[in-house]
Design a binder for this molecule. Structure first.
Ligand SMILES: Nc1ncnc2c1ncn2[C@@H]1O[C@H](COP(=O)(O)OP(=O)(O)O)[C@@H](O)[C@H]1O
Ligand SMILES: [Mg+2]
Length: 256
């Protein structure tokens, strides 16, 4: 579905991603972990073509088509979606108008108002969000956790094929995290071909959406890949790989 080849990305005057490679197939769940500031969010912004993140080299293809020269809205219409680490507030545009416009643009025709209301009401209920949030300006005055839920509302409404969650679990209380996790899990079941790129520091969310691969980003590219157990080891030991190797060997044959 998504292939990233030899990607280098510059932010301001710093090269953040350097020779970054990643292949994500239909239906796969990939997790990216890494210390603060290594470029995890930069990767998601480059995939969506945020103009602050300049691609110096490399190519991104989606369903076999190079998207490297496409605009953000073209990418979104193809089915790419980013739940931002710090969702933007858009004063004066209601959630409802925003989503109806986005959905109409994606479908290439005005969506029927009755079916739109039915869909958004159901999605808001699923997320245990107060219905009045639909009529408030996008994220304006929302708490950190409410903003994250609002990103999930956007996913449920726009039904993307490739979903990126950038620290969707940060700032979310325990009960809300359960709701977010359950909604993601249900979305995955209903859309088995959808693929995910999940950026997280913890394993909480991964109990709801099991990763196929866990990657560690450092020095501009992936330095280590594994399965769910790698995420658990990082949660316990941080990015101290010597220790991770020791822990991994604990359960194995003793080589000494
Ligand atoms: N818009 C920006 N302007 C200046 N520096 C930025 C910008 N975005 C990111 N950076 C810098 O680029 C580096 C990578 O940032 P980021 O991708 O957000 O890291 P991560 O998500 O892994 O914590 C950091 O040093 C950060 O300060
Ligand atoms: Mg980040």
């Amino acid at each position: 579905m998504l292939k990233i080849k030899n990607l280098s990305v510059k932010v301001e005057n710093k090269t953040i991603l350097n020779d970054f490679n990643l292949d994500i197939n239909d239906g796969e769940v990939h997790v990216i972990m890494g210390p603060n500031g290594v470029g995890k969010s930069t990767l998601t912004k480059a995939i969506m073509n945020d103009p602050n993140y300049k691609v110096l080299n490399g190519d991104i293809t989606f369903d076999g088509t190079s998207i490297t020269d496409l605009t953000t809205d073209q990418r979104a219409r193809m089915g790419l979606f980013l739940a931002n680490q710090n969702p933007l507030e858009i004063d004066g545009v209601t959630n409802s108008d925003f989503l109806r416009t986005a959905l109409s643009s994606k479908e290439g025709k005005n969506v029927n108002l009755y079916s739109f209301i039915k869909k958004i009401d159901a999605a808001v209920d699923d997320l245990h969000m107060p219905n009045e949030m639909v009529h408030r300006s996008v994220n304006k005055g929302f708490s950190g956790g409410e903003k994250k839920k609002n990103e999930i509302l956007q996913m449920k409404m726009l039904e993307p094929k490739f979903v990126m969650f950038d620290e969707i679990d940060s700032g979310v209380d325990v009960d809300s995290l359960k709701i977010v996790g359950k909604n993601i899990n249900e979305y995955k079941k209903a859309n088995p071909k959808t693929s995910y790129l999940i950026i997280t520091h913890y394993t909480h969310l991964l109990k709801y959406i099991k990763p196929d691969f866990v990657h560690v980003l450092m020095n501009g590219h992936i330095v280590k890949s594994g399965d769910y157990s790698l995420a658990k080891k990082i949660e316990e030991n941080g990015f101290n790989f010597d220790k991770i190797v020791t822990v991994a060997n604990d359960g194995c044959d003793n080589h000494e």
